[in-house]
Design a protein around this ligand. Structure first.
Ligand SMILES: [Zn+2]
Length: 101
């Protein structure tokens, strides 16, 4: 994206504090319309407290990266220690399929 969808003005990189969360995007140099990627808007939702459920931080443990499962899913789907998880690519990220042993 390098032109404004509204006026075709030139877009410039832009940073904005929204609810005390810095988000990066683009701003039209002509009409001042702002644009943000869906990833930046998700980041804003998480850090502004608007999205609380089912968000986990990815952590490095040794040479691997780990992420915990929300307890509501563990209880609802009866997920147990040593069950398997299959990651499948999806247009928005990944789908996690649990295989019970
Ligand atoms: Zn514009």
């Amino acid at each position: 994206m390098d032109r404004c969808a509204l006026c075709k003005g030139k877009l410039r990189k832009h940073k904005e504090l929204k609810d005390e969360v810095e988000i990066k995007g683009w701003k039209c140099s002509k009409c001042k319309e702002t644009y943000f990627s869906s990833n930046e808007l998700l980041k804003w939702e998480i850090f502004s407290g608007r999205r609380k459920n089912n968000v986990r931080k990815i952590r490095k443990v040794g040479n691997s990266f780990t992420v915990t499962l929300p307890n509501t899913f563990v209880r609802a789907d009866n997920i147990n220690n040593n069950d398997l998880a299959i990651f499948k690519r999806h247009k928005d990220g990944y789908i996690l399929q649990i295989v019970h042993l």
